[in-house]
Design a protein around this ligand. Structure first.
Ligand code: AHR
Length: 486
C-alpha cells in the first residue's frame, strides 16, 4: 500500500505549461519526413507540415517547440534558410549522419509550423560558429517592424509583420559541441551576445543562457555568479542512459534489472535539479531566473540497421515510466523549472511520434503527455508520497498533483514491472465529490509499431472514495491520471 498525502487547500507555484514542451533538431528524420514533408509531398500537409503530426501534437497541447538544435544550432546560419528554396545554400550536417541539409526548412517554415501547432517558438541561436552580428540580425529579422535592410528582406520573403519571438537561446551545450568553452569564457560570451539581441516594440526577449550538463555544478555556479543578472533562464541537459555512452543498451530488448537501472538513472533528475536549485537560490533568492531542462529523455542504441547518426529508437512502456517519473519531478520543482523540452518530438530519441512514409505511430510516451496535460497552468499541490521501493533506489509509487478551481489532477506511476500497487490519495479532511481515472499499462516491453498499436490509454476502473480518501489500484508498470472533483 502506498499513500499520497495532499492538502488541496494548500497550493504552490503555477506549473508552467512549457514544462510539457518539445524539441526538434535538424537530426535524422525529426524535421525532414517527421514534421515537414514539403508542399509537393503526397503525404497530406499544409504548407509542407505533416497534417497527421500537427494534429497529434495539438491533441497533447504542445505549448512550446525548441529549434533548430541541439548541436546543429551552433553550425546553423539562419540566412542560409530564408528566401527562394532553390537558391538556399546546401550544407553537410556534420553533427548528424553527414547528410545534405538543403535548408528547405528554415525560419519561415519553423514559425509556420509553430503557428499551425498553436505553440510558442523557442529558437536556439548560434554562438559556437556564429557572430554577434549574425545573431543580432536574426532577432531583428524576426521581431523588428522598422524599415531596415534586414527587415525589408523579410518583407520580400513574404512576411510583413514581425513574429515577436520571445524565447531566445544563446548557444547550445557551449561546454561541448557548442564550442568546448570554459564556463568563465562562455559567461562573458553570453553577456556580449545577449547585449545585441534587442527588444523590438512590445516584445521582450526571454534570454536563455546555456547551462550545465547533468551535475556540473561548477558550470552553474560560474554562470550564475558572472552572468546571472543578464539572463531570464538557464538550461540543463540530462539524458537517461542505462549503459555507457558507447553501449547505451537496446530500446526494446532489456531484462527487469536493466528496466530498474533505467528508472534509477531517470530518478537522478530530482537530485540534479535540487543541486542546481541550491546554487541558483544563493545567487537569485527571489527565483527570477528560470531553470529550463531543454533536453531530457531516454537515449538508447539506435534501432539495428538504421543510420547511427540519426538516433532513431523505438519506445516501450519503460519510456513511458521515464516520462511519468520525470514529469512528476518537474511538476514538483515548478517554482524553479519553467520549461522542459523532451528530446526529440518525432523519430529521434524518446520521440512521442514515429513516422514511416505516410504512416504514423503514437509512442507510449505520447500517451503520458496526454495523461499529464491537465497539469499545464495548474497550481501545484505539494504533497508527500509514502511508499516503499519496487527495486533498490526506485520508489514504487511516484506522484504529483495540481489544482484548477475544484478539479484536482493527480498523476501517478507504479514503477513495478510485475506487481500491482494499491494506492490511497489522502486529502487531509477534504471530502471529494467524485473521482475518475485513466491508465496506461502492460508489460514493460510493450510498444506501438507500424503493424499494431496495443499501448493505449484505458479507463481506470474500481476507484473508491471513503471519506477524505480516494483509493486506486494500479496495475503493474502503469501510469495513471486521477481526476478528483472537490
Ligand atoms: O539531442 C541530441 C543531442 O544531444 C543534441 O544535439 C545535443 O545538444 C545533445 O548532446
Amino acid at each position: 500500500m502506498a499513500r499520497v498525502l495532499l492538502d488541496p487547500r494548500v497550493t504552490g507555484a503555477k506549473i508552467n505549461k512549457n514544462i510539457y514542451g518539445h524539441f526538434s533538431e535538424h537530426l535524422g528524420r525529426c524535421v525532414y519526413q517527421g514534421l515537414y514533408v514539403g508542399e509537393d509531398s503526397p503525404i497530406p500537409n499544409v504548407k509542407g507540415m505533416r497534417t497527421d503530426v500537427v494534429e497529434a501534437l495539438k491533441k497533447i497541447g504542445i505549448p512550446v517547440l525548441r529549434w533548430p538544435g541541439g548541436c546543429f544550432a551552433d553550425e546553423y546560419h539562419w540566412e542560409d534558410g530564408i528566401g527562394p528554396k532553390a537558391e538556399r545554400k546546401r550544407m553537410v550536417n556534420t553533427n548528424w549522419g553527414g547528410v545534405v541539409e538543403d535548408n528547405s526548412f528554415g525560419t519561415h517554415e519553423f514559425l509556420e509550423l509553430c503557428a499551425q501547432l498553436g505553440c510558442e517558438p523557442y529558437i536556439n541561436a548560434n554562438v559556437g560558429s556564429g557572430t554577434v552580428r549574425e545573431m543580432a540580425e536574426w532577432v531583428e529579422y524576426l521581431n523588428s517592424a522598422g524599415d531596415s535592410t534586414v527587415v525589408q528582406k523579410r518583407w520580400r520573403n513574404g512576411r510583413k509583420d514581425p513574429w515577436g519571438v520571445k524565447y531566445w537561446g544563446v548557444g547550445n551545450e557551449s561546454w561541448g559541441c557548442g564550442g568546448n568553452m570554459r564556463p568563465e569564457y562562455y559567461a562573458d560570451e553570453f553577456r556580449r551576445y545577449q547585449t545585441y539581441c534587442r527588444n523590438y516594440g512590445d516584445n521582450k526577449l526571454y534570454r536563455i543562457a546555456c547551462g550545465p550538463s547533468e551535475n556540473d555544478y561548477r558550470w552553474m555556479e560560474v554562470l550564475m555568479e558572472r552572468a546571472g543578472r543578464y539572463m531570464d533562464a538557464i538550461t540543463l541537459h540530462y539524458y537517461t542512459v542505462p549503459g555507457t555512452w558507447q553501449h547505451k543498451g537496446s530500446a526494446t530488448e532489456f531484462d527487469q534489472e536493466e528496466y530498474e537501472l533505467t528508472l534509477r538513472k531517470c530518478l537522478r533528475m530530482d537530485e540534479i535539479i535540487t543541486g542546481h536549485e541550491q546554487i541558483m537560490n544563493r545567487y537569485d533568492p527571489s527565483g527570477r531566473v528560470g531553470l529550463i531542462v531543454d533536453e531530457w529523455g531516454t537515449w538508447f542504441d539506435v534501432e539495428p540497421g538504421t543510420n547511427p547518426g540519426f538516433l532513431y529508437q523505438q519506445s516501450t512502456l519503460r519510456d513511458a515510466q521515464v516520462a511519468a517519473l520525470t514529469l512528476n519531478i518537474f511538476n514538483q520543482h515548478a517554482a524553479r523549472v519553467v520549461m522542459a523540452n523532451l528530446a526529440q518530438t518525432v523519430n529521434v530519441l524518446q520521440a512521442v511520434i514515429l513516422t514511416e512514409g505516410d504512416k504514423l505511430v503514437l509512442t507510449p510516451t505520447y500517451h503520458v503527455f496526454e495523461l499529464y496535460k491537465a497539469h499545464q497552468e495548474g497550481l501545484l499541490v505539494p504533497g508527500h508520497v509514502e511508499t516503499d521501493e519496487s527495486a533498490p533506489g526506485v520508489c514504487r509509487l511516484s506522484a504529483s498533483a495540481s489544482r484548477k478551481e475544484n478539479t484536482l489532477t493527480v498523476t501517478m506511476a507504479n514503477t513495478s514491472a510485475t506487481e500491482a500497487c494499491e494506492a490511497v490519495i489522502s486529502l487531509s479532511g477534504t471530502k471529494p465529490a467524485a473521482a475518475a481515472g485513466r491508465v496506461l499499462s502492460g508489460d514493460m516491453h510493450d510498444k506501438n509499431d507500424f503493424e499494431a498499436s496495443p499501448v493505449a490509454i484505458q479507463p481506470l476502473t474500481g476507484i473508491g472514495i471513503e471519506g477524505d480518501e480516494v483509493r486506486v489500484s494500479l496495475p503493474a508498470c502503469a501510469v495513471a491520471e486521477i481526476t478528483v472533483t472537490l
